[in-house]
Design a protein around this ligand. Structure first.
Ligand SMILES: Nc1ncnc2c1ncn2[C@@H]1O[C@H](COP(=O)(O)OP(=O)(O)O)[C@@H](O)[C@H]1O
Ligand SMILES: [Mg+2]
Length: 358
């Protein structure tokens, strides 16, 4: 699959922009704060309905405007499709696929598969657990609409349980908490099962990738560090209820999950060097590309946001050699030599103050 065209209207610092991509390698270059990441963000929204930077819709709409549009034309198995996203200041967003409005965001998932790689991803090992959960969730949501529905229901139930825990002592209703508990378990187990499968699939792929990246020196294995096991969920939730009531927060469940990365059986988060951690992060991205290819039986679209300059030449080469046959959109500040020498570029645009310069 690939994106043929992207049109933006009142999106971030763009008034109107129209950009055509090749199915090969595309470069967007320009100084800082000109609008390069904004373009990748718009593409990411087309796949996931949300910004990877976590902004709300009203923050994405151009300052002083009420509405914003993203129109994306894609080609998938030789068939063209159009995705429209309409952001509105005080209303929920409107989405249409091939001009037909869809009711639920989940219906968009799977239309296009995006893998975004930004400098923050290089810190995924040393950052907090929420970033690692986000990594699992964003990928699983794109690959599995049911997962997205289960996860959003789980989060709603969790919120409601937490609200109930925050009620005044006398208003706290244990029967209501019972209801939320049973739903938390129902949806939570589905999430745990899918994350389990996901980590197993990544493990099957990542070992060889990482061994190759480290010239056979390092063996990498991911451990899905569950906050609670499938079997123990109901019991733990019950055991911790009094504590949860006191602390007014839910302490048990997959919203507290994590991933551990073992390099030669050692926890690289605690004991790895920064270089080792970054190599693991790169292996993780490369494994993600392979996994998505395998599952969708097509190529995902790869967005590399300012990441080239963060990698040394070995790691850069490893990344570049894995992108053949994949539409790739690369942003960078300078049109550097390594890009000219190493890549056969199909399209190149300069981005300047919210304008695309050919
Ligand atoms: N809602 C918005 N309306 C107008 N401009 C915005 C909005 N949000 C961000 N910007 C502007 O977008 C620019 C940053 O764009 P970005 O794509 O992150 O830059 P870069 O080229 O460094 O990747 C900044 O100048 C910022 O002020
Ligand atoms: Mg940027």
């Amino acid at each position: 699959m690939f994106i043929e065209n992207l049109a933006l209207n009142n999106y971030r610092n763009y008034d109107n922009a129209d950009i055509t991509f090749s199915d090969g390698i595309n470069i967007l270059y320009g100084d800082n704060a000109q609008g390069k990441t904004n373009i990748l963000e718009a593409i990411y929204m087309t796949a996931t309905t949300k910004s990877h930077r976590g902004n709300k819709d009203k923050e994405i709409i151009k300052f002083g405007k009420d509405e914003s549009h993203i129109r994306t034309e894609i080609k998938k198995n030789d068939i063209g499709h159009r995705i429209d996203i309409h952001l509105r200041k005080n209303k929920s967003k409107g989405i249409a696929i091939d001009m037909i409005p869809i009711k639920r965001s989940a219906d968009l998932f799977g239309m296009i598969n995006i893998i975004l790689f930004s400098p923050e991803d290089l810190s995924i090992i040393k950052n907090g657990p929420s970033e690692r959960r986000r990594f699992m969730d964003m990928e699983l949501c794109q690959l599995n609409r049911l997962y997205y529905n289960n996860l959003s229901t789980y989060n709603k139930v969790l919120n409601q349980r937490n609200n109930q825990l925050k009620e005044d002592m006398y208003d706290k209703n244990r029967d209501i908490i019972d209801v939320w508990d049973s739903q938390l378990i129902d949806y939570g187990l589905k999430i745990i099962d899918e994350r389990d499968k996901f980590i197993n699939m990544i493990n099957e792929i990542i070992k060889d990738i990482h061994e190759h990246l480290t010239n056979g020196k390092e063996k990498l294995k991911l451990i899905y560090d569950k906050n609670v096991s499938r079997e123990g969920f109901a019991i733990e939730l019950c055991n911790k209820r009094d504590m949860d009531i006191r602390l007014m927060n839910t302490s048990v469940g997959p919203h507290r999950d994590d991933i551990i990365f073992l390099v030669n059986d050692i926890d690289v988060r605690k004991f790895g060097s920064q270089g080792q951690q970054r190599t693991v992060a790169l292996s993780l991205k490369l494994a993600e590309i392979e996994l998505v290819k395998k599952i969708i039986n097509d190529s995902p679209i790869l967005l590399l946001d300012d990441v080239m300059s963060e990698l040394d030449s070995n790691r850069r080469d490893a990344l570049l050699s894995s992108i053949s046959g994949i539409q790739t959109i690369i942003t960078c500040t300078g049109y550097d030599d390594f890009i000219k020498e190493r890549l056969s570029i199909d399209k190149i645009y300069k981005i300047e103050q919210g304008k695309i310069i050919v």
